[in-house]
Write a protein that binds this ligand. Structure first.
Ligand SMILES: NC(=O)c1ccc[n+]([C@@H]2O[C@H](COP(=O)([O-])OP(=O)(O)OC[C@H]3O[C@@H](n4cnc5c(N)ncnc54)[C@H](OP(=O)(O)O)[C@@H]3O)[C@@H](O)[C@H]2O)c1
Length: 205
């Protein structure tokens, strides 16, 4: 069974961004770590708000990688099909394919669309698709955000572990990591100093 992991960056006071704005929380040392994790990952997943606000390509940046560069399969959770060709996640198909979880009638040339409602169903269809694509089952699946997707992933216990980079920055009016109440508790497994902050690993109990 594939390992699924949340991988996110937060401020000291538990925020993931300025509301509605792409916000730099990681330092270069964390970015190097994030891209090395992506380089060995089967897939990386984001919610539609993150695609609309941050517009990441989710590719692995070669400047952080010492050896061969591998790009994960990119997945966007967008049941209402609100994203369009302007989202970078749909570009660079020559480097890595995109799976669009989209229950609407919107279509895009060359993009693989799957349908699912709950996050558990999404996990099932994504795992099946990665198996059909013959992606190494030992490779990890990453959920990189945002808050709504991370909260539902923890509430439905679909992840095996959680990696958090915590920066010493504070954002009093920032957008919190958890957008609604957590149903489950987290247990801290490991913490290390990393760059200007710390790298924390948790599991759901
Ligand atoms: N610090 C970090 O590491 C980091 C990383 C990523 C993002 N961010 C920040 O996070 C913010 C966006 O977060 P967000 O919470 O507003 O949105 P989000 O989690 O990125 O996306 C939410 C959308 O995902 C879709 N979705 C599909 N399945 C879902 C499910 N099971 N549970 C919840 N949502 C599901 C929903 O749209 P449908 O109903 O249409 O499917 C929902 O509106 C941005 O400001 C971004 O900058 C920070």
């Amino acid at each position: 069974m594939r390992t699924w992991m949340i991988n996110t960056a937060i401020t000291f006071d538990g925020k993931i961004s300025v509301p509605g704005k792409r916000t730099e929380i990681s330092d270069e040392i964390d970015w190097r770590k994030v891209h090395n994790i992506r380089n060995n990952a089967a897939a990386v997943i984001i919610g539609s708000e993150t695609a609309l606000i941050d517009n990441p390509s989710l590719l692995t940046k070669s400047r952080y990688i010492d050896g061969e560069v591998n790009h994960p399969v990119r997945v966007i959770l967008d049941r209402r099909g609100r994203c369009s060709e302007t989202s970078k996640i749909f570009q660079f198909q020559d480097k890595s394919p995109t799976i669009w979880i989209n229950n609407s009638d919107n279509r895009m040339d060359g993009i693989n669309i799957l349908q699912a409602n709950s996050i558990s169903e999404m996990k099932e269809v994504i795992n099946e698709e990665l198996d059909m694509m013959n992606i190494d089952p030992d490779k990890i699946v990453l959920i990189e955000g945002g808050s709504k997707v991370i909260t539902s992933a923890i509430n439905e216990k679909i992840v095996d572990k959680i990696r958090i980079f915590r920066s010493p920055m504070i954002l009093p009016d920032g957008y919190p990591l958890f957008s609604y109440k957590l149903k489950n508790k987290l247990k801290l497994i490991k913490v290390d100093k990393l760059g200007i902050g710390s790298e924390e690993f948790y599991k759901i109990v």
